[in-house]
Structure formats: C-alpha cells, structure tokens
Design a protein around this ligand. Structure first.
Ligand code: MCN
Length: 765
C-alpha cells in the first residue's frame, strides 16, 4: 500500500451555513421581473396517437397568454435531442435517434409525456387552464418491459426504430467467451434485474428562461450539473448559437445524474420567452417529477461465468438489455453501453469476455445516468455471479476473489474490453476490509442471530469503476487575487451537494498556504472550457486545474514581486500569501501586489480517467417470520487515491450507500403491464429509504494515488452505489442460501424475502 497522504481536513463544509439556513439560491429562487408561468399538459396514457388538441377553452381562461402544442414544436423545428453516444455498435451500426418534438406531436409515448404548454400570468391560472385543454387520443397497445419490447410482435414506438431497438452494442470477444463457457468445468448462470428507480433529488426540477431581444440572447436559469453541458445541449436542439445562450445557476439541491439533461420543457420555455417577450418560469411538482424526470438503471442481464475446478475464472458472457424508455435521454445510452463495458472484467483477470448490450424503447419515462451510471449495474452482475460461483463451488467468497484478482504487477492493466486500469492494490484493500469487518468471526455472529430466531448473512463486493472522461477536452480554472487579500476561484464544474466550495477551496488554500476563509469558489459564472460535475470527475479534473492555477498564481506573483522588490524573480520566495527576498526582510503580500489591478491567472489540463475501487463488507439479519431485513453492519474500505477531505469523502460514501440500500431494499418504479400506467407516482407508493435503513457506515480510506491527475485523487462520488448494491444483495443471498432459496433479485422487500423463504420451506417439506 502507498504511504503517500494528502493533507486531511476534518471540519464542516464552508457552504453548509448558507445551505441549511435557507439562504441558498435554487432554481425556484430565480424570480424575474414580469415573468409568466408555464404549466405542461401531460399524457395520462402510455401510448396513443394524438387525434386532436383543443385548447380553445384554455386560451380564453383569464390570464392565459398562449397555449403551445406539439404543432408549435414542429413549426419551430425543435424535434432533435442530444445524445452523447457517438460510437458505432455491432456491425458498425449507429444508434437510432428518432425525432422528439419538445412538445409531443401526433403521438405520446409514456405517461407524463408533455404535449402542450400553457403560459399565463400566474402559476395557478396556468394550471387551471391546463386542465381545460381537451386531448383526443387513439389508444395504442403499450409495452413497459425492455425484454417484451424487443420480442417479435411488440407494439412499436418509433417508425425509425424497428423492433424498438435503439442501439445494439458489443464489447469483448464473442468467440473466445463462447469457447471458454463451452469448455469450462463449471458455469454459473444468473438472470438479474437492476430495477428502474427514480433518483428523486430534494430540489424539484425548475427553469426560468428570459430572452433578451436587444442582443438575441437566452438566459436560462435552471438546475444543472454544469453550464457548458446544458448550453451545448440547448444549442444542439435549437440551433441557437452557443454564445447566445447563457445558463445561470447557483445552488443545486441534488442531481445524481438527473439534472444534466436539457429537458424538453426548457426548450419549450425558450420558444415562449422569445415569442412573448417575457420571462417564462416553470417549477415541477413532485408528481410531475416521477413522470418526467429521467429514471435510472433498468437493466435485465443474463450472465454466464465460466470457472475451472480450482475456482479460476475463465470467461464471462453477458446479454444486457436496457430499458431506455420512450425516448433516448442525453446520457442513458452511454451509461448502459460503454460505461459498463469498460469495467466488465471487474477486479478480476478473466481471459475471455463478451457483452452484448441492447437498448430498447418502451412506453416509460426515459432512462438516464443515475449515480454510477451503469457501473453499479455491472458490479451487481459480476459480484453476484462471483459470490454465487463461490457458493456453488464451496469456496469462501473472499478466497475466490483473492485467487482471481488482477495481480499488483499487472498494473497498469489493459482489460479485454479495452480500458486501462491504473494502479491499485486489490489484495491490500481486501485484507484490510476483511479485518475491519471481522470476517473470520462471522460464524459466531451467525449463531448468535440463529439463537434469536434470525437468519444472518455476510455480503462482500470487491469493485472497481472508471470515472468519467468528460465531454469537453480540458478543464480550465481561473483565479483572481484581489487587493483585499481574497482569492476568487472560477470553475465550470457545479456542486449539487458534493461540497466543492470546501474541497476545491482547500486545494487552493493549501497550495497557496493561506487560510481557507480567504478562498472563494465560484462555479459557472465565467465562461471557461470545462466539464460538468458528473462521472465523479470534478476533483480529478477541475480540482487538479485549481491546484495548477494556484501554482501559476505563485509563479506570476513572483515576477510581480521581483519588480516591486527590485530583484531577480529567482531571488523571490513565497510562503503563506507573502513574497519575500531571499535572506532579506523585504516582502510584499499577494493582496498588496493585487493593489491596483487584481492578478488573474488561468490554468488548464486534461485529466483522468481514474479508477476508484474498494471492498464493502456488509451483514444483514432477516426475520424469517416477516421477511424484514435489517442491515446490521456496514464496513467499507475505499481507494479513492489521495483524499482531499475525509469528512466529505465519508459523506459521499454514506449518501451513495444509502441510495444503494434504497434500491436493494425497496425503491422501484413500477408500471402496470397492461395499461402502462405509472403505479409509483408519489412517495406514498415509491419507497424512499429512511435514515433507519442504514446503520453507521464504517469507512476507511486506502489511498493509492492516481497518476492521471495533478492531485493523485480518484473520484469517489459514486463508489458507494457501485459497492453497496452487490454487497447488500450478496448478504441477503448468504442469509437465505442455507434454506435452499434459489437466487432472488432486488428489491428485497419483506414480501419478496418472505415468499422466498416460505416456498423454500414448502419444497423441503
Ligand atoms: N473528494 C475528496 N477526495 C477524493 C475524491 C473526492 O475529498 N479523493 C471530494 C471532492 O473534492 C468532492 C467530493 O469528494 O467534494 C466528490 O468528488 P468527486 O468524486 O470528484 O465527484 P464530483 O464532485 O464530480 O461529483 C459527482 C458525483 C456524481 S457523478 C453523482 S451522480 C453524485 C455525487 O457525486 N451526485 C450527488 N455525489 C452527490 N452528492 C450529493 N450531495 N448530491 C448529488 O447530487
């Protein structure tokens, strides 16, 4: 293990006072003079032709300015959408992107599909009038499962996509994996479903658009993950030049991948803002969010893992079917093809790999990246297969992993699916975690639980993931040192709760040797090149550029100080915000140098990807009488490279573990199979995790510094999801297996677990 340690900081986040005292500024806090209010008319059925939209009554409603329909969207030409996949799939075929008018025209494809927009003086008038819009539909049969959508005879969503197949992608070597499976002494097979979930950040989605006719600029105030990603998409959809779109945002109340997209509502608002000459505001309701904010995961995967008798992994083949919903989202197709395929070998040396990834259209809300974006899904499949294989071969699951890890000397490791893992220490992480979790004495704990009438299970997951490479070629950061001694740092990453003001502030403060209080992080206010916050890349990317910019500031300060102190720059030394001459007492502070004119420096770089990895060991206790599962121990050891701020890292892991636990034990978006109605459209039906679900998450850092960036960090924002999902599922299966329960899938609700136990008991009688 590496002994390099970045300076640790244990302390409160500097942004928290603002955020918890109600002085943050979120999408709904942008209130513009003269603004009008939009309300969307949404489809109440899953799949139908629109015969007519009669807005006559709505138009007459007091306060209504205009009602827009799909025909307006068609007339404006707003029918494209932005999809980040640019690579070909099987046989060189490209992804199919059928048109998507920003207001559905002629056809609706999911419950919640927006087909008209009412604009009025007040939000209430807009809502009242929206209820007066009469839509005549011709119902079509609906399909809400990806597997069924790809089956012959399924209802067709888009003419352009025969068989509802949006994209057919593959990775690895089909022949080699096939041969390995055909010849292996043992093959473990599982069919798994990574449920569709609703990310549900605390802040509701919202947007206010102002059009400035004087210079033809749209000002879009919206919840985002970064100004550049939003502007690029809006420009791509509307053909408005990027320099005529200004995106504004300050605080974001959570996103988890869901806020990166330029949703159709925003474009419809652009259309109205220009035509009506007034700002247009729209704030979603929670129910609208369930039916129109992108969902996450939604994969059905058949996996086959080939091993020899000694438990050596020989090959892995996956048939991966992803549900994309009614339309492609910006990120979903990449999240469910390239993202999972880059880490398909997991932490193991598997000589033969092959994955086929098919993306299907269904009559459901579009699916996009959700915390982990395909990597938790992949980790779930691999780690369930490995633990299942261990059980079948009667090998300790930690030992089976140990035997198959990519050995230390093999790093940097080129995987059979074409990515290159940077160095880590898999054995070190595992051994530390086994000790941390007291793995060896589990049998005693299991017996204790048994005495109390409970089933106890031990789960393990050893995972690795790639952090996002980013859409933009580099990350720029600008620093401005002012005469008052302040250090203003500008980035275009966008914290949604990750605490960048603290961690990026620390990077700059530590590089400059000044107190954190003097540094102010400002996101998205200067037009710089750089990536949005996503793919756990902000620290490696923008964070690295922060460090480079601070170093550049010292360099620049030295030459200014040399002039002021009348010496050669080489004679100037710097420490703690002060430049002084070597051996003499003459000095000048950064603030004094910035006296007349602030000092500005800009630094940039291309960083990443990084490969965070870890081992999470969990224990659950199941009450066989009720099927209720309790997580009784959670132990995480994570290698996220050098740690900038341990408290934030722990918070990130804790939050993501809770989201993983939510998915494993209850969260699931459910559609009615016949009608395509959304059955989980509120928190009354959709089971959000509560604080009591997750016990104290014990976490240890195991830093092996990255070499791909200036800080030696690896991303951590998603690790907790990637590791918790397989670890908790493996714990449940470990508790159930002794009863003869066959593989069960998420969500492990009390009903499902109870049924699994009862049917196993019946069979054994
Ligand atoms: N950090 C650190 N040391 C490291 C790595 C990270 O101190 N070695 C700190 C960072 O400086 C930063 C935080 O941990 O404050 C997360 O950093 P990083 O891993 O670089 O991830 P990003 O900042 O790019 O955040 C994105 C990631 C993603 S992709 C999702 S989804 C997600 C997540 O972060 N969504 C979140 N965490 C979230 N947390 C909150 N509260 N809300 C969301 O919407």
């Amino acid at each position: 293990m590496a002994d390099t340690h970045a300076p640790h900081h244990h302390g409160n986040r500097v942004e928290d006072r603002r955020l918890v005292t109600g002085t943050g500024k979120y999408a709904a806090d942008w209130s513009l003079p003269g603004q009008l209010y939009a309300c969307f008319v949404r489809s109440d059925r899953a799949h139908a032709e629109i015969v007519s939209v009669n807005a006559e009554q709505a138009r007459k409603y007091p306060g209504v300015k205009r009602v827009y329909t799909g025909e307006d969207a068609l007339a404006a030409g707003y029918t494209k959408y932005f999809v980040i996949v640019s690579y070909p799939g099987r046989g060189g075929k490209h992804i199919i992107k059928p048109p998507r008018p920003v207001l559905a025209a002629r056809k609706v494809r999911h419950v919640g599909d927006a087909l008209a927009m009412v604009v009025a003086d007040t939000a209430v008038a807009a809502q009242d009038a929206a209820e007066l819009v009469e839509v005549e539909y011709r119902d079509l049969p609906a399909v809400v499962s990806a597997e069924q959508a790809l089956a012959p005879g399924a209802p067709q969503l888009h003419e352009e996509a025969p068989g509802n197949l949006a994209f057919d992608f593959e990775s690895g070597n089909e022949e080699a994996a096939g041969a390995a499976i055909a010849q292996a002494a043992h093959v473990t097979r599982l069919k798994l479903e990574v449920s569709r979930v609703a990310p549900s950040p605390m802040e509701l989605r919202g947007c206010t658009v102002r059009y400035d006719a004087a210079d033809g600029t749209y000002h879009v105030h919206v919840c985002i993950q970064g100004i550049n990603m939003m502007r690029k998409q809006l420009a791509a959809i509307t053909d408005v030049p990027e320099d005529r779109i200004v995106v504004h945002a300050q605080d974001i109340g959570g996103s988890f991948g869901q806020r990166s997209a330029a949703y159709p509502e925003y474009v419809a608002q652009m259309m109205a803002a220009k035509e009506l000459g007034r700002p247009i505001r729209w704030i979603s309701t929670r129910a609208e969010g369930f039916a129109s904010d992108t969902h996450g995961r939604a994969n059905t995967v058949t996996g086959e893992l080939a091993l020899d008798r000694g438990g050596k992994l020989l090959g892995l083949r996956l048939d991966w079917i992803s549900d994309m919903g009614g339309y492609l989202s910006a990120t979903g197709s990449a999240s469910h093809t390239r993202n999972p395929s880059t880490c398909m070998t997991g932490v193991y040396r598997i000589p033969a790999l092959y994955g086929r990834f098919r993306l299907a259209f269904t009559n459901t809300v579009p699916v996009a990246a959700y915390r982990g974006a395909g990597r938790p899904d992949m980790a779930y499949v691999i780690e369930r297969l490995v633990s299942q294989a261990a059980a079948e071969l009667k090998i300790d699951p930690a030992e089976l992993r140990r035997r198959n890890f990519i050995p230390k000397e093999a790093f940097p490791y080129k995987t059979p699916t074409g990515s290159t893992y940077e160095a880590t220490d898999l054995h070190g992480v595992l051994e530390r975690a086994l000790k941390f979790a007291d793995w060896k004495s589990f049998p005693a704990r299991r017996r204790r639980s048994e005495k109390a009438g409970k089933l106890r299970g031990l789960g393990i997951a050893t995972v690795i993931e790639n952090t996002g490479a980013g859409l933009f070629p580099k990350d720029q950061v600008e620093i401005e040192a002012t005469s008052a001694g302040g250090i203003d740092v500008y980035t275009v990453s966008q914290s949604q709760g990750q605490g960048h003001e603290t961690s990026f502030g620390m990077i700059v403060a530590q590089t400059l040797g000044v107190p954190l209080e003097r540094v102010r992080i400002r996101q998205g206010v200067k037009p710089l090149i750089g990536n949005h916050t996503g793919g756990s890349r902000s620290t490696a990317g923008a964070g690295s550029a922060c460090k480079l910019a601070a170093l550049k500031l010292i360099q620049q300060g030295k030459s200014l100080a040399a002039e002021r102190l009348e010496v050669e720059p080489s004679q100037v030394e710097y420490a703690g915000g002060v430049f002084h001459t070597r051996g003499s007492k003459r000095k000048v502070t950064l603030g004094e140098l910035a006296g007349k004119k602030p000092i500005n420096v800009m630094a940039e770089g291309t960083f990443g990807p990084t490969f965070p990895n870890g081992c999470h060991i969990t224990e659950v206790e199941i009450d066989p009488a009720t099927g209720v599962t309790r997580i009784v121990a959670y132990n995480a050891v994570d290698d996220c490279g050098n740690v900038i701020n341990h408290t934030i890292v722990e918070g990130q892991v804790h939050g993501a573990v809770t989201q993983g636990a939510g998915q494993i034990f209850g969260e699931q978006v459910v559609y009615d199979r016949e009608t395509g109605q959304l059955l989980t459209g509120s928190f009354m039906d959709y089971c959000m995790p509560r604080a009591g679900l997750v016990p104290h998450v014990r976490m240890q850092d195991y830093p092996v510094p990255s070499v791909s960036n200036a800080l030696g960090v690896k991303g951590v924002g998603e690790s907790g999801c990637t590791a918790s999902i397989p670890s908790l599922a493996n714990a449940v299966m470990d508790a159930l297996r002794p009863l003869g329960v066959p593989p069960v899938d998420m969500p492990f609700t009390p009903a499902r677990v109870w049924h699994a136990i009862s049917s196993a008991k019946q069979k054994s009688q």
